[in-house]
Design a protein around this ligand. Sequence first.
Ligand code: BGC
Length: 761
Amino acid sequence: MKKAVILLAVFTTFYCVKAQTNEDKKMDSFITELMKKMTIEEKIGQLNFPGGGDVVTGQAKNSNIADKVRKGNVGAILNLKGVGKIKEIQKVAVEESRLKIPLFFGLDVIHGYETGFPIPLGLAATWNIKGIEQSARIAATEVSADGINLTFSPMVDITRDARWGRVSEGSGEDPFLGGEIAKALVRGYQGDNTFKKNTEIIATVKHFALYGASESGLDYNTVDMSHQRMFNEYMYPYKAAVDAGVGSVMASFNDVDGVPATANKWLLTDVLRKKWGFKGFTMSDYTGVMEMVNHGIGNLQTVSARALKAGLDLDMIGESYLATLKKSFDEGKITEADIDKSCRYILEAKYKLGLFTNPYKYIDTKRPAKEIYTKENRDFARKIASESFVLLKNENILPLKKQGTIAVVGPLANTRSNMPGTWSVSVDLTKPATLVEGIQSVAGKNVKVLYAKGSHLTADAELEKRVTMFERGLGRENEKRTDEQMIQEALDVASKSDVIVAALGESSEYSGESSSRTDLNIPDVQQKLLAELLKTGKPVVLLVFDGRPLSLSWEKKNVPAILNVWFGGSEAAPAIADVLFGDVNPSGKLPMTFPQNVGQVPIYYNHKNTGRPLPEGHWFEKFRTNYIDVSNEPLYPFGYGLSYTNFEYGDITLSKNSIQENESLTASINVTNKGSREGQEVVQLYLRDVEGSITRPVKELKGFEKITLKPGETKTVTFKITPELLKFYNSDLDFVAEPGDFDIMIGTNSQEVKKSSFSLK
Ligand code: BGC
């Protein structure tokens, strides 16, 4: 056994040396020569990543950046906006610093730049992998036109706890879907990974690792989980991004196995570099290095040295490396080799971006006017937004007719700045259309649109301030009407209308970073407004704005039509109208389970069985796994979403009933559009490993295909099932497929499926 391992190691080394291209060799010798000229201070300078402050993404700020650049104390800068400013500071680096090393520039381009796409959870709801890739391509083109060549996306943290505000930034609860999206986003930002074009930028996969599992859904909180769960359920999307060649990895704020990710050698070196072969650079999150003092693992000097030795290359915002690494070096606590290793990764990134050849590659002051917020980009944003909305319920109300009078009511009905959603830091918030405008423009002249706000966002004025920060205020300061008067106004408007569209839910900043909630309902005064609107007896369409799954139990029972619209980006309003009036048939599917109430959280479809599972069809039995007050069922399951047409699934046909280790089989199913409109359907494949050496989930998504069907049309969807798809990490953390029986399920969501089975011999 040992011999085999040694042989493999020799082979790997040989192969790696052989695999080094001429370009790699050229890069290596260029950097080696450059590093020979660098002082220790200049090498440490390359690891410093201060922020420019044009865009606010955290509490801390940096000062005297130009001066530090001049002295060779800065490797890269984040949060600068505008190609002119970037040009100026790059000029300082390449003309005034001793070694003239260029800088690179980072920004949070999370779901678009000035053209805003749906929040990532909404993008995930499209299940449109090509479309998601295209959104990243457009974002990279726009932001690179403004001088930026590094983004902090994709965020691929698996999220099962809707209380956590940052579920809005990721792809939801499923590793497979998350992995597909991670790869698509990397391709979109980085192209073919050669950075030949100045529209291709470095992507950063984050937050490595497990940030989505913060205890209690509380932001930045402790994470503690078994390695089996880690590798089987949480690591997959990070690894998918690494496999796709992502250029950079951001360490998460949380701890993993008791060590903050920022200084976790096992994570950053053993897993990321040695196991997964990551070749790019790592960075801390915001002030992640210095925050480890609060974590209680040492003073600033100690935590900085620990981070460097663990494999953390770039120190974002905190300037802890700059303040302490030289001292640690002088005291023999870190070596020059430790510093060199990280410095080399940063210089390699600059080399790969082509900045040593042309430091102004991404600086072309003519590009912004031509490439940012173009009609073409906005048209695409509108299209992908309309695909992200999830129709949760529809009792023959939608689509609306383009005639009569429509009351558009609610605190989200007449706001621009709350349309794009959290982390749309570069969208000009005065530009997006309001929902009222979007509806009027799509409905046309034959429709009269009436508006009333109807209620505040929440009765709690302090909470309202918190969730409308960053210029997203909803005008309470100037509000003279009482709550009763606001409702009355809405009822007056409703009484003059044929149908009511209620725009309720969360504002942009109700979710996102540092926006955890303990309550998942539509806020108090808004619910009251909704109840009053329903009492009018007029048809009500509820548009739910949210950055997370909300618990909509009361709404499901009482409202005839519900469309979940997340935050759809800069073109959200017309896109919503496109779906309301049926110009677009909704096709979004939930990437996260919607709970009945907050007490069910974390709730996710790919859970395991206990020894006392509740028998199917029951909702309570004594001494079984259940609550006494609410059933185990989700309100809406993972993968759920309706259409204006309906699809019928045939039975599953397997090409064979068993396979050997080196074989595969196909599973086919016919899907027919039974309605009278063309529609898109996401056909979902789930597998269950019936008996394993460790406990296995009751089902896992392993494939999906989004198809378009004309009325009456049938398509056969075929999935290939290979032993690779059956693999999981066993108790020794070996990635294996175990012989035995497997259930195969194909359907329209994670619950409504057709079943069959096969075995691996
Ligand atoms: C967030 C990151 C983000 C970074 C830079 C942090 O607070 O956690 O997701 O990329 O700020 O703005």
